[in-house]
Design a protein around this ligand. Structure first.
Ligand code: G3P
Ligand code: MG
Length: 238
């Protein structure tokens, strides 16, 4: 599936607090046409945008997302850790992010990021939200995950939405995994790639995207290898 070369990572998380509405808006202001963000569940099964299992790093609260209800998540400040300028920024619901994508006309990679042990329901509820609420004016999203169980659930819930497997530690065995999951793309940490591996993936008919790329020279090399998109914290750097 065709995507622009630049995809904003967690919105534009070099310029604004990650996985917030402001970060998504900032990515658009910086020229991105697509963004990536992470979906996770609150204790009471609301689909939110969040990266870590713990609330500590980005809200200062020493608790797990999976143990916290949406009502309490809403009270947290997810912006001031990044800069005073963003004090009071909220953790968004996935539904709020979808509304903003529609307003801005942005495409997106929805990365399913289940908390420990919540693979199935995070995938199911994220997929259901896309199925029920995806705006017809937007490009079809790509659903990605490091979590193979989550991708299997997505495949069964929304078989027509393209899926991508994320890889972090090793690229070994990629082909068997993407085939069995019915993925159309591989999203790799860029440090795992070389020209030969990139060619093998692309020649096998898969789209190859790389994260997280903030160096324009590295981006140029990846582009020459056939990587179709990079996830970057700084969409206007390229
Ligand atoms: O989806 C690409 C990238 O976001 C994966 O890594 O840890 O930033 O979610 P992470
Ligand atoms: Mg991500």
């Amino acid at each position: 599936m065709s995507t622009p070369f630049i995809i904003g990572h967690r919105g534009a998380c070099g310029d604004a607090p990650e996985n917030t509405l402001t970060s998504i808006r900032r990515a658009a202001e910086k020229g991105a046409l697509w963004v990536e963000f992470d979906t996770m569940l609150s204790a009471d099964n609301q689909v939110i945008l969040f990266h870590d299992d713990s609330l500590l790093r980005t809200t200062g609260t020493d608790a797990l997302v999976a143990d916290t209800d949406w009502r309490d998540l809403q009270k947290l400040d997810a912006g001031s850790w990044f800069s005073d300028q963003f004090t009071g920024e909220k953790i968004p619901l996935f539904s709020e992010a979808i509304d903003l994508l529609e307003e801005l006309g942005l495409g997106s990679v929805v990365e399913i990021k289940p908390s420990e042990g919540r693979d199935e329901e995070t995938a199911r509820l994220s997929a259901q939200m896309i199925k029920d609420h995806w705006p017809a004016v937007l490009p079809t999203p790509i659903i990605s995950s490091f979590n193979e169980d989550a991708l299997r659930v997505v495949r069964d819930c929304v078989p027509d939405i393209p899926r991508a497997l994320n890889v972090w530690k090793t690229i070994e065995g990629w082909q068997g995994k993407v085939q069995s999951l019915g993925c159309v793309a591989l999203h790799s940490r860029h440090e795992l790639l070389d020209e030969t591996t990139a060619s093998a993936i692309i020649n096998a008919g898969y789209d190859l995207r790389a994260f997280t790329v903030n160096d324009p020279e590295q981006a140029h090399i990846l582009s020459n290898w056939g990587v179709i998109s990079i996830f970057t914290d700084f969409p206007d750097r390229f």
